[in-house]
Design a protein around this ligand. Structure first.
Ligand SMILES: Nc1ncnc2c1ncn2[C@@H]1O[C@H](COP(=O)(O)OP(=O)(O)OP(=O)(O)O)[C@@H](O)[C@H]1O
Ligand SMILES: [Mg+2]
Length: 380
C-alpha cells in the first residue's frame, strides 16, 4: 500500500517471492526445495536487494525529474513579460533551467557508482533550490502589482509550489532509501505519532513567539494522542509551524495589554480510516468577516499593520525583531503561510479550512489523507 504513493509505478517488487502453497509443494517436491532454498538465500542477500531497489528508484527519478522540471520551466515562460523580467523571478527561472540541463545530461544509470554520482547531483540540486519559496514570494511581491489577473498568479504559485513539494519528496525519498533510520523507509515514517510531530513544532513556534513578543501561549494537545500510523512527515513539517505561528501571533496581538496572561491554544487530533484531522483552535480574536476570503490569497498579510502598532514597538521594534530572528525565520511576513499550506494539503488529497468566531478566535482544520487508508490513494 505504502509503495503506491511514492515508489516507481511498475516493475518487480523488491521483496523475495512468496513461498509456494502446500498443494503445489506436494506435486513437485525437489523443485520446490530448490526454489525454497533460493528464496531463503535471496532473503539474506539483503544488500543485493537494496542495491537493485535503489538503482530502480534512481532510474525512475532519472526519467521523471527532467520531465517535471521542464513543465515548471514552461510555467515561468508563460508568466507575463513584466513579471518574468523581475531579477528574482529570473534567478529562480534560471535555477530550474540549470537543474533541467544537469539532470537531462546525466548518462543512463548502469552501475552502483553511477547511482552514487546521481545521488550527489540530486542532493546538490535540493540544496540549490532550498530558498525558492522565499525567492518567489519576494520576486512576486513587487512585480505582481503590474498585472490585473490575480487568478493567473495563484495558478502559477499553486502549481509551482506543489510540484516543487512533489519533486522534493521524490528526491528526498530516494536519498533517504540509503539511510538506515529506525522506523523509516525512505521518507515514510512507519509509525508516525501526530502528537510528537505537533509538539516538535509547538516548541519551535513558541521559541520564535517568545523572541518576538516576550511570551508565548501554551498549547494543549488532545484527541487521539496515542495514534501512530505510517505517514510522510514532510508536509506536516511545513504546514504545522505555519499554522501554529499564526495562532500564536493572533493570540499575542489580541492580548497586548496582558502578554503574560494569554489563553491557551488547543490542538485536537482526530484519526480515522480515511484521513488524519488536526484542528488548531486559538482565542486570538478571529479573522474579521471582510478578510476571511483574503487570508488564503498569496501575499495577503496584516504584518504591516502590526508593524505600525506602537504597543509592538512600532516599525523600529519590528525591524529589530526581524534583524534578530536569525536562522529561525519570521513569525509572519509574506502572506504565504496559509495559501501554501492549503495548496500542499490539497495536493496530497486533503484540505485546509478556516472557521472564524469573529471576536473570539479561529479554528483551522487540516485534513491529510492516509497513505494506506481506505480512500482512494493519491500519487505524488
Ligand atoms: N489564527 C489566526 N487568527 C487571526 N488571523 C489570522 C490567523 N491566521 C492567519 N491570520 C491572518 O491571515 C493573514 C495571512 O496569514 P498567512 O499565514 O498566510 O501570512 P502571514 O502570517 O501574514 O505571513 P507568513 O505566514 O508568510 O509569514 C495573517 O497576516 C493574519 O492577518
Ligand atoms: Mg503566517
Amino acid at each position: 500500500m505504502l509503495r503506491r504513493v511514492l515508489a516507481p509505478p511498475r516493475g518487480p517488487p523488491a521483496l523475495p517471492p512468496r513461498p509456494v502453497s502446500r498443494s503445489a509443494a506436494d506435486q513437485h517436491p525437489p523443485d520446490l526445495a530448490r526454489e525454497r532454498s533460493k528464496t531463503v538465500a535471496s532473503f539474506y542477500n539483503q544488500p543485493a536487494i537494496d542495491a537493485a531497489a535503489e538503482k530502480k528508484s534512481a532510474r525512475y527519478l532519472h526519467h521523471e525529474l527532467p520531465v517535471r522540471i521542464a513543465h515548471r520551466i514552461k510555467g515561468f515562460r508563460s508568466l507575463p513579460f513584466i513579471i518574468g523580467c523581475n531579477p528574482t523571478i529570473l534567478h529562480v527561472h534560471k535555477l530550474y533551467i540549470r537543474a533541467f540541463q544537469k539532470l537531462s545530461e546525466f548518462p543512463p544509470i548502469q552501475g552502483g557508482s553511477d547511482e552514487a554520482r546521481y545521488c550527489a547531483l540530486v542532493r546538490q540540486l535540493l540544496d540549490d533550490h532550498k530558498d525558492v519559496v522565499t525567492l518567489l514570494a519576494e520576486g512576486l511581491r513587487e512585480s505582481r502589482r503590474h498585472i490585473q489577473d490575480e487568478g493567473l498568479l495563484r495558478l502559477f504559485l499553486d502549481k509551482t509550489l506543489t510540484s516543487r513539494l512533489g519533486i522534493r519528496m521524490l528526491a528526498s525519498h530516494h536519498l533517504a532509501l540509503h539511510e538506515d533510520k529506525p522506523d523509516f523507509v525512505g521518507i515514510i515514517c512507519t509509525r508516525l505519532s501526530p502528537k510528537k510531530i505537533i509538539e516538535k513544532w509547538v516548541d519551535f513556534s513558541r521559541r520564535l513567539c517568545e523572541h518576538q513578543y516576550g511570551n508565548a501561549p501554551r498549547v494543549r494537545v488532545n484527541g487521539h494522542v496515542a495514534a501512530r500510523f505510517p505517514f510522510i512527515p514532510m508536509p506536516l513539517d511545513y504546514i504545522l509551524p505555519e499554522l501554529l505561528k499564526n495562532a500564536m501571533r493572533a493570540t499575542m496581538e489580541s492580548h497586548l495589554d496582558t502578554p503574560y496572561n494569554v489563553p491557551d491554544i488547543v490542538v485536537t487530533i482526530a484519526n480515522n480510516d480515511i484521513d488524519i484531522v488536526i484542528r488548531i483552535s486559538d482565542r486570538g480574536g478571529g479573522i474579521p468577516h471582510e478578510l476571511l476570503d483574503k487570508v488564503t490569497q498569496y501575499h495577503f498579510s496584516t504584518a504591516e499593520a502590526s508593524a505600525q502598532d506602537p504597543r509592538l514597538g512600532g516599525a523600529l521594534g519590528q525591524l529589530l525583531a526581524l534583524s534578530n530572528r536569525g536562522q529561525a525565520g519570521p513569525m509572519h511576513g509574506f502572506g504565504f503561510g496559509l495559501p501554501t499550506s492549503r495548496a500542499y494539503a490539497e495536493y496530497l488529497g486533503g484540505s485546509l479550512c478556516l472557521q472564524s468566531l469573529q471576536g473570539v478566535g479561529t479554528d483551522v482544520y487540516l485534513r491529510l489523507r492516509h497513505i494506506d487508508g481506505k480512500a482512494e490513494s493519491f500519487r505524488i
